[in-house]
Design a protein around this ligand. Structure first.
Ligand code: NIG
Ligand code: FE
Length: 390
């Protein structure tokens, strides 16, 4: 196997507190990283780097682990520009807009949906996202949900079955019938393609009992749980997620003290999606309160055509620092190691020997610039699985 060293990295974020400066980010100054095949095999100071077949001089740029975006909805067709325009002119966000995308997605061909996923995945990779979870949820029939997941699985390993996004329009008068479908024939058709099951537990979508039925059916089938919880108002989603051992409770915008305690004590990751609050003009989730309660916090894009049409993890980092009480170090950790924790992955989200060689070289001397220079494209180079993809 060919070895490659990236040398003269001004600041390397390893996310290993046993390395470098001993902080959670494990920062090493004037660092080098050695890649062998698809793995990192060595990190340390440039002056101590072992001999390798190839070398790349980072030229004093910072390197961070590839971003881990643990929450997106990329299998869709159409867009909702008009809805966004109306919202920015004063209309509130409602989950009802999901129906617009369901109609467009059902009408699209497999090729169109697949091309869309590929397009947004490439857009994310270009900006340094090297691991990306994505969901169904805009099909809401057995056929359309299974096809969404089959298409998603052709593009990423992190695939989530979200048949319980909203009650399908055909079942508007029979929500219990829809839950039976989601936990029965739809689950049968979808489980082979998915690693995760998710439910939108929210007023206007699924209540606590319905969400429990959906999640327990998925768990019984060997899927692991994640939950859209407490986005638009307080509710049972977070408590349910922690009780069922879900890997992640996502959104967490409206939390009671009990929710906070549950997340602080359990090992369910609180995944915050600031693109959604930005694009719906909603109040920010309080990351500081979660961190102070001892919760593990992840940051993700929630990329979808309705509530958060961004694929930029750097943008989410900047929002979290500016408006959610996170330090630049905490936000970077949450966008990398935090996302890995939310996906229960140990091979990504860090730059340490044995990890997958997913690396982002920034056009900046430190990771702090991701928040300090918001909106500026700072991605200089990206490696995914040891392969330079940008
Ligand atoms: O995570 N909350 C539910 N689902 C998406 C929004 C989907 C849409 O509006 O199309 C979310 O924000
Ligand atoms: Fe979402």
């Amino acid at each position: 196997m060919t070895t490659t060293a990236v040398t003269h990295i001004a600041t390397l974020v390893t996310n290993d507190p046993s390395l470098g400066d001993g902080t959670p980010l494990g920062l090493i100054q004037d660092a080098a990283v050695v890649i062998d095949g698809d793995r990192v095999v060595w990190t340390g100071e440039t002056s101590k780097a072992p001999a390798t077949d190839n070398a790349v001089d980072a030229g004093g740029r910072a390197m961070v682990p590839g971003f881990v975006d643990s929450h997106s909805h990329l299998v869709f067709s159409g867009d909702r520009t008009q809805e966004f325009h109306a919202r920015m002119s004063g209309r509130p966000y409602s989950a009802g807009g999901i129906r617009t995308t369901v109609a467009a997605t059902r009408a699209a061909s497999d090729e169109e949906l697949s091309a869309n996923v590929a397009r947004y995945l490439a857009e994310a990779l270009h900006q340094g996202t090297t691991t990306l979870e994505t969901k169904s949820g805009y099909g809401l029939t057995v056929r359309d949900e299974a096809r969404a997941l089959r298409i998603a699985a052709a593009h990423t390993d992190e695939v989530t079955y979200l048949g319980a996004h909203i009650v399908a329009p055909e079942y508007a008068d029979d929500p219990a019938g829809y839950v039976d479908l989601v936990t029965g024939p739809m689950l049968d058709a979808c489980a082979p393609y998915a690693r995760w099951i998710d439910v939108f537990c929210e007023r206007g979508a699924f209540d606590g009992d319905q969400a429990r039925a959906v999640l327990t059916a998925g768990l019984a089938r060997g899927l692991r749980a994640r939950v859209h919880a407490n986005q638009l108002g307080p509710g049972p989603g977070v408590q349910l997620a922690v009780e069922l051992g879900a890997a992640s409770a996502d959104h967490c915008t409206h939390l009671t003290d009990d929710d906070l305690d549950a997340l602080g004590q359990g090992d369910t990751v609180a995944t915050l999606l600031p693109g959604a609050e930005f694009s719906t003009r909603a109040a920010w989730p309080d990351a500081r309160r979660l961190l102070d309660a001892g919760a593990t916090v992840a940051l993700s894009t929630d990329c979808n055509p309705g509530s958060s049409f961004t694929s930029s993890m750097a943008f989410c980092v900047a929002l979290a620092v500016r408006d959610m009480g996170m330090t630049p170090d905490e936000a970077l950790w949450s966008a990398t190691a935090g996302g890995a924790a939310a996906l229960r992955r140990t091979d990504v989200g860090r730059v340490t020997p044995g990890a997958r060689a997913d690396l982002v070289l920034l056009d900046a001397p430190s990771h702090v610039h991701l928040a300090y220079r918001p909106g500026v494209p700072l991605t200089h180079a990206v490696w995914r699985g040891g392969e330079r993809v940008r």
